[in-house]
Design a protein around this ligand. Structure first.
Ligand SMILES: [Zn+2]
Ligand SMILES: [Zn+2]
Length: 457
């Protein structure tokens, strides 16, 4: 699948790298708040990476524009386990970490109000031609949009997330007991800093990161300026003044609200987490931790953790082959040509020929390798045509994004589908019940291929 939507450059990213992936919203829904968006727990949505693009303007947008508006969006963050070092501070009973060059993936999953109230995520986009509609469009308009693109582009619209890999300096309040504590303290500090330092509120951004396998949250105040603006260092320098200002802010709300309101912590831009803002919680923490900051140890840089990304020396093709073999699905050929109408020939990365009565063949494609795959709309449409023809002529088609090869949960779904088509339901169940095929393939090096488990062959 190739993407080509209009994009703007998000802070801290650059280059023309295109890639797609499934953005796992993992460990973010662990709080007890029973809204639907929260109860998502671990859910996944197809994501498209935001990158540079030349977008010729159709008209100028001015402040006089009647219908100009900003859409508050729901952004989840993932810590990518990488930064270039920093410093730890003691703040009363708490710890603060200043981390330079922290790598985060920020996933914009849709309109804040929609995600919050219905749990529905994503922006409606035609992945063939790139057209989109507002997620807030009326159902009727979205239906018409969908129908039109099925007819014109050959496939239905998809609800996608957009994500950016952001590298930024950040002040981290690690292991907060609740989302409420993390959001409230960091938002209050940001507004307190804006009252003391020469900055706008939006010059620093608040992000709360869930931690997979933990019920704690990291609160972040990060500097979206590429290369850093120095604001975080200034904040630390004037810590005592900032905390005092922040205390006054959360102690005296003109509306004397119970949690937070537009007279204290809430503003239009932070609407996605209004429900997590509680000035009393911020007050309690700030009072108990005080306004003194004691410098502690130096935090050494953390480089990419290879064991986490599970990217072996294997090429994606080798990795897929290793997984299939480990799952006992080894009766396949690679890149076998299949002739289609109009002289078109397709070579699936993995092909099971005539596995049973049901299918003439099962074709597995690895998509999204930008090094040797195109990325333009025409090729995407061509791929789609080829796959539609296969599906219409007794072939099964399984398309895997190469990034998904390293995602066990997504791969389980693909492997089950392959097993079901090649062998049958019982085999699909067997494959779904174990991770052995994933772990075995992940632990393999190209020099030491696992013994061919050809029991099913
Ligand atoms: Zn389209
Ligand atoms: Zn208030």
């Amino acid at each position: 699948m190739k993407e080509h939507m209009a994009r703007s450059r998000p802070p801290g990213t650059g280059g023309n790298r295109r890639s797609t992936g499934t953005a796992a919203i993992d460990g973010l829904g662990k709080a007890a708040a029973p809204t639907r968006a929260e109860s998502v727990g671990v859910s996944s949505i197809f994501g498209v990476q935001v990158c540079d693009v030349d977008a010729p303007h159709q008209s100028y947008i001015s402040d006089d524009e009647d219908y100009r508006f900003q859409l508050p969006v729901a952004v989840f963050g993932q810590d990518q386990g990488r930064h270039s070092g920093g410093k730890a501070y003691e703040w009363g009973a708490a710890t603060l970490h200043l981390k330079h060059g922290l790598h985060m993936r920020l996933v914009n999953v849709g309109a804040a109000s929609q995600v919050r109230s219905t749990g529905e995520m994503g922006y409606p986009v035609c992945m063939v031609c790139g057209q989109s509609r507002s997620p807030m469009s009326a159902p009727k308009e979205l239906d018409a949009f969908n129908e039109h693109h099925i007819e014109r582009c050959g496939r239905p619209i998809q609800k996608i997330a957009v994500y950016a890999e952001v590298v930024a300096d950040a002040l981290v309040l690690p292991d907060c007991a609740s989302k409420e504590a993390a959001y409230s303290v960091m938002e209050a500090l940001r507004q307190g800093a804006a009252g003391v330092l020469d900055m706008e509120i939006s010059d620093l951004q608040v992000q709360v990161l869930g931690k997979p396998g933990s019920d704690k949250f990291d609160g972040l105040l990060y500097d979206p300026m590429p290369g850093g603006s120095g604001l975080l260092e200034q904040l630390l320098e004037h810590w005592s003044a900032v905390v005092k200002h922040t205390l006054a802010l959360v102690e005296d709300c003109p509306s004397a609200c119970d949690t937070s309101c537009i007279d204290c912590l809430q503003n239009f831009r932070n609407s996605f987490y209004h429900e997590h803002l509680n000035r009393h919680v911020a007050l309690e923490h700030l009072t108990s931790w005080g306004d003194a900051l004691t410098p502690g140890h130096v935090i050494p840089a953390v480089l990419p953790d290879d064991s986490q990304t599970k990217k072996p020396g294997n090429s994606p093709e080798q990795q897929l082959v290793a997984m299939l073999k480990a799952a006992g699905l080894s009766n396949f050929e690679t890149e076998r040509p299949i002739k289609l109408s109009g002289g078109v020939v397709t070579r699936p990365d993995v092909y099971f020929h005539a596995p049973n009565e049901q299918f003439d063949g099962v074709c597995v494609y690895l998509d999204g390798m930008s090094e040797h795959l195109h990325g333009n709309a025409q090729t995407a449409a061509q791929d789609r045509q080829i796959r539609d023809e296969l599906l219409n002529t007794d072939y099964e088609v399984v398309a895997i994004q190469y990034q998904e090869l390293y995602d066990k949960i997504v791969m389980r779904t693909h492997m089950r589908r392959i097993a079901k088509a090649v062998v049958g339901k019982a085999k699909a169940k067997e494959v779904g019940a174990t991770d052995a095929w994933f772990e075995e393939a992940a632990g393999q090096s190209p020099q030491a291929p696992a013994a061919d488990s050809s029991a099913d062959a």
